[in-house]
Design a protein around this ligand. Sequence first.
Ligand SMILES: CSC[C@H]1O[C@H](OP(=O)(O)O)[C@H](O)[C@@H]1O
Length: 366
Amino acid sequence: MKVDGTHYRSLWYDHDEAVLKIIDQRWLPHKFVVQAVPTLEDYAAAIKEMRVRGAPLIGATAAYGVAHQMGKDASDASLDHARDVLIQTRPTAINLKWALDRCQAHLAPLAPSDRATAALQLAHDISDEDVEINRMIGVHGLDLIRKIAADKADGEPVRILTHCNAGWIATVDWGTATSPMYQAHDAGIPVHIWVGETRPRNQGVLTAWELGHHGVPHTYLTDNAGGHLMQHGQVDMVLVGVDRATRQGDICNKIGTYLKALAAHDNDIPFYAALPSPTIDWTVRDGIAEIPIEERDHRETTHIWGRNDEGNVEQVQVSPDGTPAGNPAFDVTPARLVTGLITERGIAKANEEDMLRLFSEHREAV
Ligand SMILES: CSC[C@H]1O[C@H](OP(=O)(O)O)[C@H](O)[C@@H]1O
């Protein structure tokens, strides 16, 4: 999407320099930092340190990491090494494993001499596919928003509460939860987005930054304000992203999503999750029991980043010295709390049968 009027993807391959370029999200919204990714270790660090983040973007980045490694050494051992280094960076978003599995399946059968070119093309393809998938998520989500708008007075906005950042900066472009928001705005349907800050990494800041650059009306709030807004009739729908969905419709997303789903259920507000099909893990049914939840560095909880009065971005401690902290980065919302899943093929109810209506190729052999 656009930053100060200039179109960007979240990552792109610089053919002149033969290197991947990323927007280092750790500095947003205060600094717009583009950096190259010169080594496999830098690819792993970029994912682990969340310089690039968001389930689909992590997958695309990993595909370019494999391509980089094939350009250095296209042997079977090197292909395995690239997977081993990248797969251990973050455990929850299934898109990382999905991309690495796709690279393995595509490259292993090839002669090593053909792998570098094929790997780079595959990374380009995965990125381009992500853009189109997310655009289609927006098309189907727009229909939903249009239906809600039809029941409102002229000019009255559709009020959408979102959590974390499932925006264009979390994907290659468009975003997942944000794609319907952008497309509704661009179609002239008034929307207002309630943006939860999303402690501890405050990815809501990224959503506010994105929406601001696209001119989409929004309000930045604490996470805990969401339930209050729902109780007071200020929310027409909740729309979030997903890091891993199960075949029965459970969704794993940023920590705090479950609490917002509970509040939505309690206030009879539709709760939708937007996800590309690579985010569905068809091998898993019970998300709570089976999805690994990343425990991140506890310093992310005890400290916070911001810009000081001198304009410098710095990290400060918010908790007492020595206070023990935790940092589970995701939680699982059971399917019973999910109204629907907005995918590139349409909207499914959060149950196996309706998901298979859209993705019948995953129906298990009896
Ligand atoms: C389309 S992004 C999906 C998902 O990924 C984010 O996780 P993280 O910021 O830790 O990479 C967040 O949970 C988004 O909802």
